[in-house]
Design a protein around this ligand. Structure first.
Ligand code: CA
Ligand code: CA
Ligand code: CA
Length: 269
């Protein structure tokens, strides 16, 4: 039965094709078939208004795109980080940003040995604190060891210093912090996301990178020359890409453009 229906449908299709061949000029009938529609979450669709732009025009287009988002409360961030930073080999754990330690999701809080919520764009730079907005934006919030978070403090990012105990590969001195190699690019892309997302609207400061350390409470974060180098030497990997997807699909419904399109760092800075 199904075979005979199939051949009947085939006959209709052939008849339709014959009609088209007669009715449509040759130049049009030779055009390729339209490609399948892209899924709504596709980065290609998402960034369509930014395509072909560069410099300030690209930055402005990206700001429009990524500012369409859901915002979390600071207390919602705990559970969200359990999803975004889940250890791929242990669903009960998260991976801590600076130390690289895998630790139980449940062991968060303020005590020594717990993990807590690190603002990679130091929250005093622009003074947004933990307010809904930049203070709760998952694209720059990461689980970190309480003690290492406190050592990083609100320092700018730069190369150099002495080793941070309990966080192999991290270095610090009086005015800057250098994360381990595996997350150097992650840190750079988080800082640059914040610069594009926050442009002085929504009642928050216009956050921008500069090439200094010791920015204190100014709405700047350094050092852009070092961050660009870290971005090149540590490109996005599957953990960072998955994190971007989880934030987009499950929580904020916006993306970090520099994870999806690493070349846009150079196109803007
Ligand atoms: Ca320094
Ligand atoms: Ca990385
Ligand atoms: Ca900005």
């Amino acid at each position: 039965m199904s075979r005979s229906r199939g051949s009947a449908a085939g006959g209709i299709a052939l008849a339709a094709a014959a009609l088209l061949a007669v009715a449509v000029p040759a130049s049009v009938s030779a055009a390729p078939a339209p490609s399948a529609a892209l899924p709504a979450s596709s980065a290609d669709t998402y960034y369509a208004p930014a395509e072909g732009k560069t410099g300030a025009a690209l930055k402005a287009a990206l700001n429009d795109i990524i500012s369409e988002q859901t915002r979390l409360s600071y207390s919602q961030v705990w559970d969200a980080l359990g999803d975004t930073d889940e250890d791929p080999s242990d669903p009960d754990n998260v991976i801590l940003l600076y130390s690289g330690r895998s630790q139980a999701k449940s062991e968060h809080g303020g005590n020594l040995g717990d993990w807590n919520r690190e603002h990679v764009w130091a929250k005093s730079h622009g003074d947004f604190g933990t307010r809904t907005g930049p203070g709760t934006d998952l694209h720059h919030l990461r689980p970190t060891d309480v003690r290492v978070n406190s050592i990083r403090g609100n320092k700018d990012f730069d190369d150099g210093g002495s080793a941070v105990s309990g966080a192999p590969g991290n270095y610090t001195d009086g005015d800057s912090f250098e994360p381990r190699d595996a997350v150097k690019g992650d840190v750079a892309r988080m800082i640059l996301y914040m610069a594009v997302r926050y442009e002085g609207e929504d009642g928050f400061a216009d956050l921008e990178p500069n090439d200094r350390v010791g920015n204190g409470s100014a709405p700047y974060h350094g050092r852009i020359s070092v961050l660009k180098q870290w971005h090149r030497q540590d490109p996005p990997d599957s953990f960072e890409r998955n994190r971007n997807e989880v934030i987009h699909d499950e929580y904020q419904h916006n993306r970090n453009p520099f994870i999806d399109r690493p070349e846009w760092v150079e196109a803007i800075w």
